[in-house]
Write a protein that binds this ligand. Sequence first.
Ligand code: PSU
Ligand code: MN
Length: 301
Amino acid sequence: MNSFLSIQPEVAKALKNNQPVVALESTIISHGMPYPKNVETALMVEAAVRKEGAIPATIAIKDGKCLVGLSNDELEFFGKEKNIWKVSLRDMPYVISKGIPGATTVATTMRIASMAGIKIFATGGTGGVHRGAENTMDISADLTEMAQTNVAVVAAGVKSILDIELTLEYLETMGIPVISFGQDEFPGFYSGKSGIKSPMRLDSPKEIANLLNTKWQLGLNGSVLIANPVPSSEEVPAEEMELHIKDALAAAGKAMIKGKEITPFLLKYIAEHTHGESLEANIALVINNAKLAASVAVEMR
Ligand code: PSU
Ligand code: MN
């Protein structure tokens, strides 16, 4: 086994016995939500995975190791500590060789999940092609990672702070199937709607499991994006969110926020300017995604 991996005994046992395991990311904890809501959410997400009959494996980096499965103390650490590195793929060798604590993005969580033998991963929204990417070239490494690593991702679409149509084009170019769960429309993260038709639709965890097994048995490498709409009781209308997103983007431009700082900046700005409404939607959708990922993991065996 890879000497940089440290798999929690419960997770290792589940993997060995071919039981369903769902990977979870830590950037959303350290950089995506404020303390203590972030830790409360992480615990609810893990509980949701267990309730569906799967084992949760939250992934992060600490003391030179890729941790697969975190204790409650470790979740608290990653939620509370201020100097946690946001680790995308390019940062991985740096933080591991220096022993810096790091929270893993979708890209890095997928890679570590794959090293551990986990097939499915739940998050809020993936990174993608940013608005204005034709000038900034800001395209998340989440997308290039999805092109090559065989771990499926359940998300509520791509974060609506991005350019959704360009992101879908990029996913098509990379050969990544995009499935909307239970609806024809591609979900819009805070809202179930985006106004954009989804490339494909499936209606049950069993059908999704079947598609994943088929893709990988065909020898087609890479991920599948399973887009799961936010529960309608918790959604924030897309038109309302759009105003906040525009404000947030303007504020980011003014403050000259760039690169890896942009996503955390926008999420924080939006949460503050919607009086927590967007945060509540974000929490509800992550839990909802964890549930679906666990049901698919159960069907995949
Ligand atoms: N979705 C959320 N909250 C987050 C993220 C996504 O609801 O914090 C994080 C994920 O870890 C994702 C990262 O991989 O943002 C993308 O960052 P960037 O755009 O810098 O690649
Ligand atoms: Mn970026």
